[in-house]
Ligand binder design. Structure first.
Ligand code: CO
Length: 213
């Protein structure tokens, strides 16, 4: 019997059980959540199924605003992540933005392999990881192939996304207006479930307000 259950049917059934249990333990749960959302954190993570934002931070619905894509990239000119940032920083007014990379990331790994046969959109997306590699090639090439090199690249990729964030107009505008959000780069280890902070950029009140670069 379990083999014949379609994954989507199982998902709908699990959802029914979850909603029922939530109301059992907290009757006003959905009423409270429906009225407003005031998360303090915007999470930019990888689409990887092993890195669920709420679960690994022990948070629930309403606590984290989430954007996920392949290899947790914040690319200048990407309408998707840009609109998430405008909304989360400008309207929801989150206090912090975290970019979360993870060990064993398929996107990082694929960027280091041949792009032959890779769909063009994916090659384009992963191309920006290659640019990060190229900028740090001297250091990365000197490392042994495998985990050491991959983890070092991952660190550089995460830091680069935080640097990209710091250059965005919406970030600079809100730094000047309300001294937020703080920016954080983190790496999650699928081996032990731990999240480690790599870098932190605090709002600089002196940042030029409208210096579009
Ligand atoms: Co990944």
């Amino acid at each position: 019997m379990p083999h014949s259950v379609h994954p989507i049917d199982r998902m709908l059934l699990q959802n029914k059980a979850w909603a029922f249990e939530r109301v059992q333990s907290d009757p006003s749960f959905f009423k409270r959540l429906s009225s407003t959302q005031k998360p303090e954190v915007l999470w930019i993570g990888c689409s990887d199924s092993r890195v669920p934002a709420n679960e690994i931070t022990n948070t629930g619905p309403g606590e984290i605003f989430v954007h996920r894509n392949v290899a947790n990239l914040v690319r200048p000119g990407d309408v998707n992540s840009s609109s998430v940032l405008e909304y989360a920083i400008g309207m929801v007014k989150v206090r912090s933005v975290v970019v979360v990379g993870h060990r064993g990331c398929g996107g990082i790994r694929a960027s280091m392999a041949s792009f032959d046969g890779l769909p063009a959109t994916l090659a384009d997306w992963l191309g920006s990881i290659r640019e990060v590699y190229a900028k740090n090639a001297a250091e990365l090439d000197a490392l042994p192939e495998g985990d050491a090199r991959e983890n070092a690249l991952l660190g550089h990729v995460v830091r680069t996304q935080v640097e990209n964030l710091a250059k965005m107009d919406v970030v600079k505008r809100h730094w000047a207006e309300r001294q937020a959000p703080s920016l954080h780069g983190m790496v999650y280890s699928t081996a032990d479930g731990r999240l480690v902070e790599l870098c932190r950029v605090l709002p600089s009140a002196t940042a030029p307000v409208a210096a579009a670069s």
